[in-house]
Design a protein around this ligand. Structure first.
Ligand SMILES: Cc1cc2nc3c(=O)[nH]c(=O)nc-3n(C[C@H](O)[C@H](O)[C@H](O)COP(=O)(O)O)c2cc1C
Length: 236
C-alpha cells in the first residue's frame, strides 16, 4: 500500500513540475509574441567559440543568430542584413565581431535569447522596443561558464530603442566583468552610442569601460578599416 502511495505522489510531483516548466516557457514566449504576430522558436545554443587568445573575449548580439529568417528574406529592405561568403546571411554586429576576432584571435560568444525574433525587420523593431519599454527580464539560451581568464572583453551590439538592446542588458545582468577592460562597439541607424557606455559602466561598476567605434548599420563595410585600426591601437 505504502509503495503505491509513494508511486502516486512521485507521479503527481512530476506532473506539477512539468506544468510549472510549461507555464514558465509560455511566459517567456509571451515576452516575444505579445508584441508582434509571429511564432518564436526555441533557440539552439551555440556557446563559446574558442580562438587562440584566451585572455580576450568578443561578445556580440545580432539579429542573425537570433532569428529564423524566411528563406526569401529581403536583404535590402531588412536594413540590417548582409550576404557573407557563399551567400550566408551576416548581421552587422556579427560582422564587426568577426573583424575584432581576426585582429585579436579572441574567443567568441554570441548572446542568444531563449526564443527567436521575427524575420520581418519592422516586427523585430516592435518586439525589441516593447521589451525595452516593459523592461522585460529576458531568459538567455547560452551562458558563459567562467570569465575569470579574460582581461579584455569586446561588447558588440546594435542600438535598440535608443539604448543598450535588451539581450545585451540580460547578458550584463548575469556576467560579472569586474576588473576587466570592456570596449564598447555599437552598430546603429543614427543613434551612434546613445547612452550605452554610461549604462554598461553602471551595470559593471568594477570594470574599465571604454568607448570604441560606432558603425553605421546602413554601410557597415565602410567602417571596417576604422574598426581594425581601433583594435590594433588597443594592442600596442
Ligand atoms: C528592435 C530594433 C530597434 C532599433 N532601434 C534603433 C535606435 O533606437 N537607434 C538606431 O540608431 N538604430 C536602431 N535600430 C537599428 C539597428 O541598431 C541597426 O540596424 C543595427 O545595425 C543592427 O545590427 P544587427 O544587424 O547586428 O542586428 C534598431 C533596430 C532594431 C531591430
Amino acid at each position: 500500500m505504502k509503495r503505491w502511495i509513494a508511486v502516486l505522489l512521485t507521479a503527481m510531483l512530476a506532473i506539477m513540475l512539468q506544468a510549472r516548466a510549461t507555464a514558465e516557457s509560455d511566459n517567456e514566449i509571451s515576452n516575444f509574441n505579445r508584441y508582434a504576430d509571429y511564432t518564436p522558436q526555441a533557440a539552439e545554443p551555440v556557446g563559446l567559440i574558442p580562438g587562440e587568445n584566451h585572455r580576450t573575449l568578443v561578445v556580440w548580439f545580432s539579429r542573425v543568430g537570433n532569428t529564423v529568417f524566411d528563406p526569401d528574406v529581403d536583404v535590402v529592405s531588412s536594413a540590417t542584413l548582409n550576404r557573407g561568403e557563399e551567400g550566408a546571411l551576416l548581421g552587422n554586429a556579427q560582422m564587426i565581431a568577426g573583424w575584432i576576432a581576426e585582429e585579436t584571435g579572441a574567443d567568441r560568444f554570441l548572446i542568444q535569447t531563449a526564443y527567436t525574433y521575427p524575420s520581418d525587420y519592422h516586427q523585430t523593431v516592435q518586439v525589441g522596443e516593447g521589451q525595452d519599454i516593459d523592461f522585460v527580464d529576458l531568459e538567455l539560451a547560452a551562458h558563459l561558464e567562467d570569465v575569470s581568464g579574460y582581461d579584455t572583453v569586446w561588447l558588440v551590439s546594435p542600438i535598440w530603442h535608443y539604448t543598450v538592446c535588451t539581450p545585451l542588458r540580460a547578458f550584463l545582468e548575469e556576467a560579472d566583468l569586474s576588473g576587466k577592460t570592456i570596449y564598447v562597439m555599437t552598430t546603429h541607424c543614427g543613434s551612434r552610442f546613445a547612452d550605452t557606455v554610461e549604462k554598461i559602466q553602471q551595470m559593471q561598476p568594477n570594470a574599465t569601460v571604454i568607448q570604441g567605434v560606432a558603425v553605421s548599420g546602413n554601410n557597415p563595410t565602410n567602417f571596417e578599416s576604422d574598426v581594425r585600426a581601433f583594435v590594433q591601437g588597443t594592442m600596442q
